[in-house]
Design a protein. Structure first.
Length: 218
């Protein structure tokens, strides 16, 4: 998988929201059921992406996922990442960040601690990584079934992403172990909330969510 894979035309009909995230959760999200979240793990494949796209479920991408997948939503927590990528992101994608970006069509969420699950819009528990935050965001949007792809939470032949590493810091094995500890608590809270999280990642160290092959889910 390479970051120059061509992005297909998007069929989603979404309404853009501008400025900082509003204090009140948008009402239109309450009836949505399934969302797939595409992260950056190196086990992600083109076949996985095509299957999700063809299924018709809503898709949220994390960071560079916009380069290879048709997205309804894009989440990236770091302001630096937005400066590097903003001009290349299709305008129709609804965008979210945790840090202030300066872009009026990127909704800024708010930090609400590290562990746990935020139930108050627009606050997110961070879990110390964007994949955790994206799951909390999907919960706040009202999704009851969350499919995870690219949540490797481990190095694969020395690689931490399917794309080239970001400038600066990139996760190492110790960080992955710390993140997994945070996910363990999140999994219990989501189960109590009636949210089904299914990890369809091909190769993953994240064991707290149900593991199912993607072909058996969609």
């Amino acid at each position: 998988m390479r970051n120059q894979l061509k992005m297909k035309g998007n069929n989603y009909k979404v309404q853009a929201h501008f400025g900082p995230a509003q204090n009140k959760q948008p009402q239109t999200w309450g009836n949505m059921k399934t969302i797939a979240i595409i992260a950056s793990g190196p086990s992600l494949t083109r076949a996985d992406i095509e299957k999700v796209e063809d299924s018709g479920v809503e898709i949220m991408g994390i960071n560079n996922a916009y380069q290879i997948c048709d997205l309804a939503y894009l989440y990236a927590c770091d302001a630096d990442w937005w400066r590097w990528h903003y001009n290349h992101i299709p305008s129709y994608i609804i965008k979210y960040s945790l840090e202030k970006t300066g872009y009026t069509d990127v909704m800024q969420m708010e930090k609400d601690g590290i562990e746990g699950l935020s139930k108050e819009w627009p606050k997110l528990r961070t879990g110390q990584n964007g994949g955790y935050q994206a799951i909390n965001l999907a919960y706040l949007m009202g999704y009851k079934r969350v499919i995870l792809l690219g949540y490797d939470m481990q190095l694969n032949k020395g690689k931490s992403h399917w794309h080239k590493d970001h400038p600066g810091n990139n996760p190492k094995e110790k960080q992955f172990k710390d993140w997994i500890g945070n996910y363990n608590g999140l999994a219990l809270l989501l189960k109590k909330e009636g949210v089904e999280v299914i990890n369809c990642t091909r190769s993953t160290a994240l064991k707290c969510f149900k593991r199912v092959r993607l072909s058996d889910v969609i």
